[in-house]
Write a protein that binds this ligand. Structure first.
Ligand SMILES: [Zn+2]
Length: 318
């Protein structure tokens, strides 16, 4: 984008480095085909919406797109609980493999409550927060676990572990939100973040860029966004991007990604597409995986949410 175009669009500066020179990498929403400008910051490599919606527009967008949930009658289908439980189990395993097995846990964006409940059964003292009235009500009723119907801003207290899965990319200022998480963690507290990885070759080109995602993180940019308050313990880039962070003893200055990693991200964006997804990602075997999944979901279609999560806990459901 040249300077004249940028001036006429009043492009806000990059969240991470405050520059406003972007390489445009997509112009359409992958789901709706509506216009959506996605830019890679030339200075730090953070990929973000160039003209992000205002907070009011975001609130509007969510209330319209999640209308059913606001009627307070939300009840996820067994197949949705099955998928969420399977993912929750993998996340618990990731924590256990990292020798994190107990303590007070705050799960930010608890959704239908599957992870909050499964973590409680696995030795954590869990609290979930979920702003959506329908989801949080369902989670409380179905699992009888501690779910607060709230956004992050109103939460207080100190926790050993905070988990935040597929939330950070939706927030208007992830740096501020991470500062809030830092304030909620005890000394030596751990933060477990999971976001979609912009560098994976395992995402269908049909579902990469869309309005609800304001940021598209790589390992380097997520670490940078968290760098004032957190040190990295462990990174897993095998599918979605999972990073375990530990609270810094003393908050420091934000560290920008190295120029080498910016070049890597730029090159990755050029290669991304159907060919890579089909032949290097799992694109070709996804239809087969889908059939196996449908078969498994058929077997649990008459179970309650609690029966499904309990089944995963006891390894009776896989
Ligand atoms: Zn930047």
């Amino acid at each position: 984008m040249n300077n004249t175009e940028q001036n006429s669009l009043h492009i806000p500066s990059c969240l991470l480095c405050q520059h406003n020179e972007f390489k445009i990498i997509s112009k359409v929403d992958s789901k709706s085909s509506a216009k959506l400008l996605i830019g890679l910051c030339e200075h730090c490599g953070l990929i973000q919406q160039i003209l992000p919606p205002t907070n009011d527009e975001l609130t509007d967008y969510y209330s319209q797109n999640y209308r059913v949930d606001y009627k307070q009658s939300y009840s996820p289908k067994p197949k949705h609980v099955y998928r969420a439980s399977k993912t929750a189990k993998k996340r618990i395993n990731f924590l256990h493999e990292s020798n994190i097995t107990f303590g007070s846990l705050l799960d930010v964006g608890a959704g239908g409550g599957e992870f909050t409940y499964l973590a409680q059964k696995n030795g954590f003292k869990s609290t979930g927060i979920e702003p959506n009235i329908g989801y949080s009500k369902y989670a409380k009723n179905e699992y009888n676990c501690n779910i607060i119907t709230s956004g992050l801003d109103d939460i207080t207290g100190k926790y050993d572990l905070i988990t935040i899965f597929h939330v950070l990319e939706h927030l208007s200022n992830p740096i501020k939100s991470l500062e809030k998480l830092y304030s909620l963690l005890k000394e030596d507290g751990v933060l477990f973040v999971e976001v979609p990885s912009i560098e994976t070759n395992d995402a269908s080109p049909h579902s990469i860029f869309f309005k609800a995602h304001l940021f598209y993180f790589s390992e380097a940019t997520l670490i940078s966004v968290a760098s004032q308050y957190f040190d990295v313990i462990k990174v897993d880039t095998s599918s979605n991007l999972k990073i375990l962070f530990r609270v810094k003893k003393i908050a420091s200055k934000l560290e920008l990604p190295l120029s080498l990693s910016i070049e890597v991200t730029k090159k990755r964006m050029i290669k991304k597409g159907w060919l890579e997804y089909l032949f290097k990602g799992n694109g070709l075997i996804k239809p087969l995986k889908k059939i196996v999944q449908l078969f498994k979901e058929n077997k649990i279609k008459n179970l309650s949410g609690k029966q499904i999560v309990d089944g995963f806990f006891k390894d009776e459901i896989i």
